[in-house]
Design a protein around this ligand. Structure first.
Ligand SMILES: Cc1cc2nc3c(=O)[nH]c(=O)nc-3n(C[C@H](O)[C@H](O)[C@H](O)COP(=O)(O)O)c2cc1C
Length: 267
């Protein structure tokens, strides 16, 4: 696959993967791609835990689903992230960022405008939306043949110091390499970050992975091969929309937006 095509097609997989184990050859390619990323002074601050043990995957799935239910039912998730939620194509096209909830069970649709009010939260809790979503998330994670934990060496990741920014930046580059390589391999990938949203849950994953004091667990992903027909969860979003270059590029000065680049360049 051409690199540019892969960049354009890259997306988050919200649905299930095939249960097939990820071939060791493919796992090694993903890790090689990660390790080829740039890093400050070639420090290579990233570390990875490849997780394919069933019981471990299931325990992490339970933590993930439970965290999602908790963050959604106590309101912290919606409060924290409400500015990224879109409920109509029109809103998405105007804002060009955030997540468009384009798949929603019919009984819930009338309530989307109230989702961020105390009444809306009560309604969602009464309809057990957080439980439904948490159970679905648990199934998605436990049905994944592979999880990948991304860590940083604490000798490089020193919060409050410049090195912390450099190492996070480097890990981001490594993960983008992994992400792009999944396309070549017919795989998908999704962040598992709800356990970070709920106090105590990330630490449970650190314990399961025996993370030592000199490493910091930064992210967990689920990966697998993509089925031919990709089923969507009952509540689902798309976030393929992107801002126009004139919204994020400036011309020599931050006061001057770059105009004329909003349609793709002619090949
Ligand atoms: C730091 C970070 C955390 C993220 N956390 C989650 C997550 O918890 N669950 C999820 O499905 N996607 C997560 N994502 C993926 C973004 O939602 C996604 O990249 C964005 O909406 C654009 O969609 P796309 O990847 O399909 O292009 C995360 C991405 C980043 C960079």
């Amino acid at each position: 696959m051409e690199l540019l095509e892969a960049i354009r097609r890259r997306k988050t997989t919200n649905g299930p993967f095939l249960p097939d184990p990820v071939a060791e050859f493919d796992q090694r390619l993903l890790i090689e791609a990660a390790g080829r990323a740039p890093s400050q002074l070639n420090s290579q601050p990233w570390r990875f835990v490849v997780i394919d043990e069933r019981s471990l995957i299931e325990q992490i799935a339970e933590i993930s689903g439970g965290s999602m239910t908790e963050a959604m039912s106590n309101g912290t998730f919606f409060e924290r992230y409400k500015r990224y939620f879109r409920f109509s194509q029109r809103e998405m096209e105007t804002r060009r960022d955030g997540m468009l909830f384009d798949r929603m069970p019919a009984p819930l649709r009338p309530f989307t405008t109230q989702v961020f009010t105390p009444r809306g939260q009560k309604m969602m809790n009464a309809l057990k939306v957080p439980q439904t979503l948490g159970a679905e998330n648990r199934r998605l994670v436990s049905g994944s043949p592979l999880l990948l934990a991304a860590l940083l060496d604490r000798a490089e990741y020193r919060p409050g110091e410049l090195s912390s920014f450099y190492s996070v930046f480097s890990l981001g580059a490594a993960m983008e390499n992994v992400w792009l390589t999944t396309l070549q391999l017919g795989m998908g990938i999704q962040f598992v970050s709800f356990p970070m949203e709920v106090p105590g849950q990330w630490e449970r994953i650190e314990t399961l992975l025996d993370v030592p004091d000199d490493l910091e667990l930064m992210a967990v992903y689920r990966l697998g091969y993509l089925p031919a027909d990709q089923r969507r969860p009952s509540i689902d979003w798309t976030s393929h929309q992107r801002k126009l270059p004139s919204q994020y590029v400036f011309d020599n000065s931050c006061r001057v937006p770059r105009v004329g680049w909003d349609s793709p360049p002619a090949e």
